[in-house]
Design a protein around this ligand. Structure first.
Ligand code: ZN
Length: 223
């Protein structure tokens, strides 16, 4: 039967399956959670376990939510916050022509990822610079990575790393990821002071944060 549980303010529906098994199993597919339990296990215990595993569950639901992004000829989207039309053509590699991004038809996803890794730091430089000046921080370096599970990260040395997938986000969400990571140069944690930093520059950060969480299909489709 289908039930639901609140995890970190999100309502997560789940299907509870009882059978002769001896262990409890959690599975997330296409954003849906399935919990398989032995016959005698109470709902109370199930919910306790879901609370304990909430980090994993929320991450999996987010990653597998909705259809994966699919790179195809004529698709509209964004690269580094600029609107583009993706064109799959017979050529080597990737080149930008006006608002068209021409991508090799041989292995388009691989070609696009290589392009974003190579050109990403240059394409994002002015945007990162803009926010860094406002937030009064100095990232030492910007790297574009093949990270599949996170949009961005900041280390204590000041290296800002953004996933290739982040470059495909719409501008408001790209800005959110950049501001999120740059504020970590003031606070290397997610404390109340840290979130106050994010809020100072993006007062609507909460809705952007939620929307970024729903974009797992981009990472799902890119890799
Ligand atoms: Zn963070």
């Amino acid at each position: 039967m289908t039930r639901a549980i609140m995890l970190q303010g999100q309502r997560i529906p789940y299907v509870l399956k009882r059978s002769a098994r001896k262990t409890i199993g959690l599975k997330v597919a296409s954003g849906k959670l399935e919990v398989s339990v032995p016959k005698a296990v109470t709902v109370k215990l199930v919910e306790q376990i879901l609370q304990e595993k909430q980090q994993w569950i929320l991450q999996k639901v987010q990653e597998t939510h909705g259809a994966n992004w699919e790179l195809q000829d004529g698709l509209s989207g964004f690269v580094a916050g600029q609107p583009v039309t993706f064109r799959i053509v017979e050529r080597v590699g990737v080149v930008q022509q006006g608002t068209d991004l021409l991508i090799s038809s041989v292995d388009p996803k691989a070609a696009l990822k290589s392009f974003l890794i190579r050109k990403g730091p240059e394409l994002l430089a002015s945007r990162v610079q803009f926010w860094a000046e406002k937030i009064e921080v100095k990232p030492v370096k910007l790297r574009v990575t093949r990270a599949q599970r996170r949009w961005g990260s900041m280390n204590a040395k000041g290296v800002l790393a953004l996933s290739v997938g982040t470059l495909l986000l719409e501008p408001e969400l790209l800005d959110y990821v950049i501001v999120h990571e740059l504020c970590h140069l003031h606070h290397l944690n997610h404390s109340a002071e840290y979130w106050a930093c994010v809020e100072r520059f993006l007062p609507d950060f909460e809705s952007r944060h939620m929307r970024v969480k729903q974009q797992g299909g981009i990472l799902g489709g890119l890799f």
